[in-house]
Design a binder for this molecule. Sequence first.
Ligand code: S3P
Length: 167
Amino acid sequence: MRVFLIGFMGAGKTTLGKEIAKKMNLRFLDLDRMIVNDQGRTINQIFEEEGEKGFRKMERKVLEKTLESDNYLLACGGGTPCYKDNMEQMNAKGVSLFLDIPEEELVRRLSRNQASRPLLRNLDRQELIEYIHNKLEKRQECYRKSKIWINPLSTSVDTIIMSLRYS
Ligand code: S3P
């Protein structure tokens, strides 16, 4: 089985993904982490040196390679589903699960945690609020291609696992 965790930065893909993977006996993979290991550079460095376009190409390459193996849960980056046909590729190979977190909660989480994220690190509070709002609106279209949508704030891990098993 292949599970793809989809959602905006701060949605909890890594934290929740680890828990779900453990309970489902799947390998936990983190796409950002795999890119960092592959490149020997941080995500911030890659954005600085190659731009977002360069990063997306690397992300796509690592995703394609990952699709060749099986039995894992992959925590994607927030922008992964919106580049080329990444979302269609994931849906063809496994189950995508969208962590649909309310916008105010994303603002709350991301304002505490901006520095490690190249797309957010230079924004002041008002810019951050606007960035999240606009980006989320643009990305909804790809996020909504996910097979399962849940709000993790009101759904238990066991219920999420049931939805994945019966998908
Ligand atoms: C990005 C999200 C990040 C990372 C990169 C770009 C985005 O991953 O891939 O900084 O475009 O939303 P997380 O969602 O894991 O923070």
